[in-house]
Ligand binder design. Structure first.
Ligand code: AMP
Length: 291
């Protein structure tokens, strides 16, 4: 695995491989099995696999956790190598953003909902960095996790609207044994909050089951999730919403086909966690208790 830092180094390294397929996995590092699943999916589908680690300041709000975002360069390097990454790109912020950077890529409508409504400017930061990374890497495929459902939808829309020559591939959410979605931020949960955070997926699965049993009223499904999370007694819920899977607009009623997503953002102490469940797919299977 080759480690590169500058854009120029990256372009020069990839030049001989452009005739074949290039798979790209953008991350903010502190790699866990969710990231590694993206990398091994890329490995299975593409001739050359590029991963990036860049904690993008543009997508963090002024009171968010940019300064304390976890980092582990040597651990990440090992993990990326083991996952079969060919080129690991680890730029510094100054190498990514020129002085006086003034261009923002903004996807309308989809960003009005869910996290977009709670984290002003967040998705503008995401689409701007993803556009820059895609332009630099020039991949055939780029891999994104379903855990960040809105991010995936927003990136897909950007790629479609602006004719980026790349295919966006979605990878299912990887979970801990009690169902908690893996996240770099989980490391900051206290023991009690870690146990309580398992209520998110239990709530989402309960709503999924209710939908399978015939409940179509979005408010009822949302209340099932909210009640389960409240039961933990430790969460401050940003939102629980049942939205159309394509437009992300809030639903009153879910169609029998279940083309809807229930999405959650909740804070446990200072840690903000997100998760979601797709009603037209089987519920995630997990049986174990907290690891
Ligand atoms: P991040 O480092 O949090 O920006 O995530 C980088 C990529 O990994 C994004 O496409 C995420 O959606 C994806 N990802 C993060 N956590 C998971 C997970 N638990 N399962 C699958 N993909 C994930």
């Amino acid at each position: 695995m080759k480690i590169v830092h500058s854009k120029r180094e990256l372009r020069e390294t990839l030049a001989p491989y452009r005739a074949g397929s290039i798979g790209f996995v953008p991350t903010m590092g502190y790699l866990h099995d969710g990231h590694l699943s993206l990398m091994s999916t890329a490995r299975a589908r593409c001739e050359t696999v590029v991963a990036s680690i860049f904690v993008n300041p543009l997508q963090f709000g002024p009171n968010e956790d940019l300064d304390v975002y976890p980092r582990d360069t040597s651990g990440d390097t090992e993990k990326a190598r083991d996952a079969g990454v060919d080129v690991l790109w680890m730029p510094e912020s100054a190498q990514i953003y020129h002085d006086g950077h003034g261009t923002i890529v903004k996807v309308a409508h989809l960003t009005d909902h869910l996290c977009g409504a709670h984290r002003p400017g967040h998705f503008d930061g995401v689409t701007t960095i993803v556009a820059k990374l895609l332009n630099t890497v020039g991949p055939t495929y780029a891999f994104f996790g379903q855990k960040d459902y809105q991010q995936l939808a927003v990136v897909r829309r950007m790629v479609r609207d602006l004719d980026f020559p790349v295919e966006i591939a979605a990878v299912p959410t990887v979970r801990e044994s009690d169902g908690l979605a893996m996240s770099s931020r989980n490391v900051f949960l206290s023991n009690s909050d870690r146990a309580a955070a398992g209520e998110i997926i239990r709530g989402l699965c309960a709503a999924h089951e209710q939908f399978s049993a015939g409940e179509r009223r979005a408010a009822r499904l949302v209340e099932t999730v909210s009640a389960q999370i409240r039961r933990s007694g430790r969460a401050e819920v940003d939102y629980v919403e049942c939205v159309d899977a394509l437009t992300l607009e809030g639903l009153v009623e879910v169609s029998p086909q279940g083309d809807a997503v229930i999405a959650v953002a909740a804070r446990f102490g200072s840690v903000r966690l997100i998760d979601n469940i797709l009603l037209d797919q089987p519920a995630p299977a997990f049986t174990g208790s907290e690891p």
